[in-house]
Write a protein that binds this ligand. Structure first.
Ligand code: ADP
Ligand code: MG
Ligand code: ZN
Length: 614
């Protein structure tokens, strides 16, 4: 998409450019005009030619000698005039009698004067005039504030319609969002249709969803589809150093938009300015942000949607927005942009795979399956990482294993090539990961293991066990959740069983297990004697979810007790399972220790060979 930016460069900048151009002109161009086809040579060349009688004409001036040879057509040369007492004799010897009159047509002194002195002055004067005019316009626009005060001008970028712009087709999946946005596009194209029936189109629409799901992309696609000017500004750009500047920017943005209607205004990351305003003012508040928000609300109320200005905004923390922004007549339409499902992931991979040379054997559906939970941005990153990996290994197409490795890179960080794991540590990690995998396999309601590895990652993980759900599912039963916790404890259980000592390696498992257990009790109502009571509320649902307790202190300690008991019970279950399969645990971890990576099929095959019923 072509982007036309408002210029913010000071005049001095233009003067500088002109000055440089003029200097270059004087240095390079002017002398060339004057000395057309005269080549500069050494005095020795002149002497040589005089001696050999090759001169046809000579002109001697105060500081140089211009001369011509006898070739046809004549070539002209010039050389600096040396202190040469025999010059006249030499010329006489060479048969040259006239050496005072000009032999090359030179620019007349008047023309020379004009080019070197008058032309630059005229150019400067013209430029000055132009600048003055501009300054006057600016003064008018700003209602008297110009020059130094123009810091408050919005630097909204104008995305001009262009044929190579982003279209809906570039956004894979997100069909609901596209459908809702298509209505807005339709309105911009034929407002009469809506006006005649008396329908008012929403003034603003808010795109909400986790980071990297394509909100910004969708907004750009709307502009590409509607073929109208697109003003895009990020919330953080409003928050400036000077109090009042943000509000001025909002005002300016809407003024521009009104002039360009029909058009789309897009405010990305609106939560930076649109956060709930403090009521008590205990924290002292943020006056600047509040002023900016107030200005935004005023502008949204003030302008007439019938003119065809649509305001889009995007955020990944809708729950922190000021309710005033979400009131009818403002951002009253909420467009969810969710993480892609299996099909969506495959489509997104396809969109991005188009830009990369893929081997024919590549199976994107399989990659989509492994990359459960990945956002659009992460999927785009997976494709790119795979391409980089192919280049690193000197290939010209991307193979399946490039993609597989890059899923792991994006999810777990790079393989740490030179991580030094002592032999003992490697054994512990092998048991730990086998513990996870074995507990997972021995339970019925749990996702199959697809890969176990003890190759350390830059993310700090010393190894990991990958499980992939057979299909996307959104509901999890209590058994599944419990099994998940048991699987998470499996690593620590194995360490304890074999080495009778425990390590720090399970910290991430512990964190995840605790989170799950807490959610089961306080959020999903899965504790028998508490029942369907929400004891926890979640804010920031798209950013990992910060849970906060919403209950009395006694209940809170009850929740803690229940969480502890739940995790303990699952730990016990994992321990029982592993105790009953000690030989498998030993054999598998030995195998993992030797091979460092086991695929899901290998793993299942080994279990079968050992006669373990799964
Ligand atoms: P957000 O604004 O929601 O955080 P972006 O729109 O900035 O996310 O997305 C980042 C990048 O991820 C996009 O430029 C695009 O390459 C990729 N992407 C995200 N979602 C999609 C999608 N649905 N289809 C295709 N590409 C996507
Ligand atoms: Mg964005
Ligand atoms: Zn672990």
């Amino acid at each position: 998409m072509k982007e036309v930016k408002r210029s913010k460069k000071p005049w001095i900048y233009y003067y500088g450019i002109v000055l440089v151009v003029l200097m270059l002109f004087n240095l390079l161009v002017t002398p060339r005009i004057l000395s057309a086809q005269v080549s500069e040579v050494d005095y020795g060349v002149f002497l040589q030619m005089a001696k050999e009688h090759e001169l046809s004409q000579v002109q001697v001036t105060d500081n140089e000698i211009v001369f011509a040879d006898q070739s046809d057509p004549v070539k002209y040369y010039k050389t600096g005039r040396m202190e040469d007492p025999f010059l006249v004799d030499r010329l006489q010897d060479a048969g040259i009698t006239q050496y005072g009159s000009p032999i090359v047509e030179q620019m007349s002194p008047l023309a020379e004067f004009l080019v070197t002195w008058i032309l630059p002055v005229i150019l400067f004067a013209a430029l000055g005039q132009f600048m003055m005019k501009k300054a006057n316009q600016k003064l008018l626009q700003n209602g008297g504030l110009g020059g130094a005060m123009s810091f408050g001008k919005s630097n909204a970028k104008v995305y001009v319609q262009s044929t190579n712009g982003i279209r809906f087709a570039d956004v894979a999946g997100e069909d609901e969002a596209k459908e809702l946005l298509a209505e807005i596009v339709d309105y911009l194209h034929q407002p009469e249709k809506y006006a005649s029936i008396g329908a008012t189109i929403p003034k603003g629409a808010l795109l909400v969803g986790p980071p990297g799901t394509g909100k910004t992309l969708l907004a750009k696609a709307v502009a590409g589809e509607a073929q109208v000017p697109f003003f895009s500004i990020s919330g953080s750009e409003f928050v400036e150093m000077f109090v009042g500047a943000g509000a001025a920017k909002v005002r300016d943005l809407f003024k521009q938009a009104n002039e360009k209607a029909p058009c789309i205004v897009f405010i990305d990351e609106i939560d930076t300015i649109g956060k709930k305003r403090d009521s008590g003012g205990v924290t002292g508040g943020n006056d600047e942000r509040e002023q900016t928000l107030n200005q935004l609300l005023t502008e949204m109320d003030g302008f007439d949607a019938r003119k065809g200005v649509i305001i889009l905004a995007a955020t990944n923390r809708p729950d922190s927005l000021d309710p005033a922004l979400l009131r009818p007549g403002r951002f009253d339409r909420r467009i969810p942009v969710e993480l892609p499902d299996l099909k969506g992931r495959e489509d997104i991979l396809k969109v991005h795979a188009k830009k990369v040379r893929m081997d024919e054997s590549v199976d994107l559906a399989a990659i989509a399956k492994v990359a459960a939970g990945a956002s659009g941005a992460e999927l785009a990153n997976i494709i790119n990482e795979a391409a980089l990996r192919a280049v690193r290994s000197g290939r010209s197409t991307v193979y399946q294993n490039d993609l597989e490795e890059s899923v792991e890179v994006v999810i777990a960080g790079y393989q740490k090539k030179n991580a030094i794991l002592s032999d003992h540590e490697k054994r512990i990690v092998a048991y730990h990961e086998t513990g996870h995998a074995l507990v997972a396999a021995l339970q019925s309601h749990s996702a199959p293991v697809t890969k176990i590895t003890i190759i350390p990652r830059t993310s700090g993980a010393l190894g990991y066990t990958m499980q992939v759900e057979q299909d996307d599912h959104n509901l999890m039963s209590r058994e599944e959740l419990e099994n998940k916790i048991a699987t998470l404890t499996g690593g620590r259980v194995a360490e304890d069983l074999i080495f009778h000592s425990i390590t720090t390696g399970a910290s991430n498992d512990i964190e995840q297990a605790t989170k799950l257990a807490r959610a089961m009790i306080a959020r999903y109502g899965m504790a028998d004697d508490i029942g369907m009571v929400a004891l926890e509320t979640v804010s920031n649902q798209y950013l990992g979810g910060d849970a906060s307790l919403a209950c009395s202190a006694e209940t809170a300690s009850l929740v803690d007790q229940k969480v502890i008991a739940l995790v303990k019970k699952q730990y016990q279950k994992a321990e029982d399972l592993l105790r009953a399969n000690m030989s498998a645990l030993n054999a598998l971890s030995q195998y993992l220790y030797e091979h460092e990576t086991i695929t899901g099929e290998e793993f299942m095959g080994l279990l079968k060979d050992m006669g373990v019923k799964v």
